[in-house]
Design a binder for this molecule. Structure first.
Ligand code: PLP
Length: 399
């Protein structure tokens, strides 16, 4: 078949309804801090099954708000996976904490709980503050198991669920546990970058079932400013600028801690709300595309491993592990197919090498990186385009 435009590994889908939703905000009085933010938060929390959600300017800001809210301090150690986007680790560094990478499970590509347990067993109590598991590629981490470990060692959990809105795992009682539902992780974070499931341009969310953390995230998102009589530290007299004031005046607010401007705009929130109405449809299409890839590559001799068909997988990415990965990558580009590599292991980035990490430290992650390639995966990928991708890969291997 003839492919007229390049096929990327991921892309957003903007509908007429999306355009109308954004236009409506642009014609309204609030471009930011208006009603769309709270509406998006409430609808997203309901979709994910969490009690509370806080909209933020992007996924990285979400992560930073979480490490601040959990009081990550200088020198504290936090465990995460090396096979993720750097932000999952960097949020620890923003607060002066130390990142400790643990290896992945070569079958699932997720943070390997037994490597985490080994680190915890070997350390003196209090060495580690928390764990940041990542629902990598859209495959849900078994957070029930991580929660047991976290409870035993008195650690918090931040779930990086950027790849997995709508993803779930099955718990020990046979129940579905949606990524970000707050049952096991203290805080979960999402990104609305255009390659993710829901596109806001830039945007993020934190979900939690913890009311205190929810309040803290809200303050930190907006400069640490508090507006509410019951929370003020200063006296009414001082606030009014006179003695014996009966009330706090209307203008009064307090900056009680150091926060940031990590707010989302109403323009972006309106786009997010509109996109959320199609989230399940998109997920269904991603799962169908994954099933096609699995059937095409199952038992092909050049395939070492693949994402496969896994219940609850949200398929942000569909990954093959292959021989001659570089050859395949270049061949696909020659044929207008822009596959991608997720990820170069974080611990081998120059920044983390400077902190003492080296090749050989995490053998499973490094072996995975040598062979992995992410195939085109997005809801508007057509059957014909997917067939072209599959045929081109088979042609490269003469399979
Ligand atoms: C995209 C992503 C982030 C960061 O999100 P931004 O919105 O780009 O800041 C963090 N973690 C993972 C796993 C991601 O894929």
């Amino acid at each position: 078949m003839k492919i007229t435009s390049p096929i990327p590994y991921g892309k957003q889908y903007i509908s007429e309804d999306d355009l109308n939703a954004v236009q409506e905000v642009l014609r309204s009085t609030h471009l930011t801090q208006g009603p769309k933010i709270q509406e998006f938060e409430e609808k997203f929390a309901a979709y994910i099954g969490a009690a509370y959600a806080v909209a933020t300017s992007n996924g990285t800001a979400s992560l930073h708000l979480c490490t601040m809210a959990l009081n990550v301090k200088n020198g504290q150690k936090v465990i995460t996976t090396p096979i993720t986007f750097a932000a999952s680790a960097n949020c620890v560094r923003y607060c002066g904490g130390e990142v400790v990478f643990a290896d992945i499970d070569p079958q699932t590509y997720l943070l390997d709980i037994s490597s985490v347990e080994k680190l915890l067993e070997a350390a003196s109590p209090g060495t580690y503050a928390g764990i940041i598991p990542v629902d990598f590629a859209g495959r849900a981490v078994n957070l029930e198991a991580f929660k047991q470990l976290a409870t035993k060692y008195n650690l918090w959990i931040i779930e990086d669920a950027c790849h997995a809105p709508g993803g779930y795992f099955i718990d020990s009682k046979g129940n579905k546990q949606l990524c970000g539902n707050g049952k096991f992780a203290d805080l979960s974070i999402f990104s609305f970058h255009p390659v993710k499931h829901i596109a806001c341009g830039e945007g993020g969310m934190v979900t939690t079932n913890n009311l205190e953390l929810f309040k803290q995230l809200n303050r930190l998102r907006s400069h640490g400013i508090t507006k509410g009589d019951d929370q003020y530290i200063n006296s009414k007299d001082f606030a009014a600028g006179i003695a014996n004031a009966a009330d706090f005046p209307g203008w009064y607010m307090e900056m009680q801690q150091l926060g940031y401007n990590y707010r989302l705009t109403d323009i972006q929130a309106a786009l997010g709300i509109s996109q959320l109405t199609r989230a399940d449809q998109g997920l269904e299409r991603r799962r169908a595309i994954a099933a096609n890839y699995f059937n095409a590559f199952n038992e092909k001799p050049f395939v070492l491993n693949q994402s496969g068909v896994v219940e609850g997988h949200a398929y942000h990415l569909y990954i093959l592990e292959v021989e001659n990965r570089l050859g395949l990558y270049n061949y696909l580009r020659q044929h207008n197919i822009y596959a991608q590599i997720h990820y170069i292991p974080c611990h081998l980035m120059p920044y983390y090498r400077q902190q003492g990490w080296n090749e050989g430290d995490l053998p499973n992650a490094e072996a995975y990186y040598r062979h992995c390639i992410s195939l085109p995966m997005y809801p508007t990928l057509t059957d014909l385009e997917q067939e072209f991708v599959i045929d081109t890969i088979n042609k490269f291997y003469h399979a």
